[in-house]
Design a protein around this ligand. Structure first.
Ligand code: ZN
Length: 178
């Protein structure tokens, strides 16, 4: 699916909030509603315009760290890259890069990067593949936000989630307890 960079995030299924998976346990899920506004970044699609260019190495490295440390809205299913010349092969594990690629062209979930106060950037996990394998260069303000993102900055109530704006009253679902 395609959304213009910096347009308001309106993924219909998640209108009721962002679900952060606690990376590490994978069993606790925190739903955040209305704590920040969301701007789209990196929702690319063949036939739609996007910007290519050299991404700063420091940005790429930090982006990959964010992708490792965050998991948002993972239950919404797989996103497939349609910029790749050949479609994903069912016989190949979807989460592994195919030969010639640095990142898998299929991804699940999204990331959130804090921007100006009250605004978070909302990108699909595939953004790593788009940057590394297709030369996508996100808007400068997103590049700067990723570089400025201190992943140790966390809410008091949810220190295990690498995002600073989880409200204390966010709704927790613990699969181990249930
Ligand atoms: Zn691709």
């Amino acid at each position: 699916m395609f959304y213009d960079d910096l347009s308001p995030y309106a993924y219909p299924i998640t209108e009721d909030g962002d679900v952060f998976t606690e990376v590490g346990t994978g069993t606790r899920f925190v739903t955040v509603r209305g704590a920040y506004r969301r701007l789209n970044i990196g929702w690319l699609e063949a036939g739609q315009p996007w910007t290519a260019g050299p991404a700063p190495a420091e940005f790429v490295s930090k982006l990959l760290t964010v992708l490792e440390e965050q998991a948002v809205n993972e239950a919404l299913g797989l996103h497939e890259c349609d910029l790749c010349p050949t479609p994903p092969d069912d016989a190949h594990p979807w989460h592994k890069p195919r030969p010639g690629l640095r990142r898998a062209g299929v991804g699940t979930g999204e990331i959130r990067v804090p921007g100006a106060p009250g605004t978070a950037y909302a990108a699909p996990s595939l953004i790593g593949h788009y940057v590394l394998d297709h030369g996508y260069l996100p808007p400068r303000e997103f590049v700067d936000a990723v570089l400025a993102f201190d992943l140790r900055d966390r809410s008091a109530a949810y220190p295990s989630i690498a995002f600073p704006w989880i409200p204390d009253d966010a709704e927790l679902y613990d699969a181990l307890v249930d």
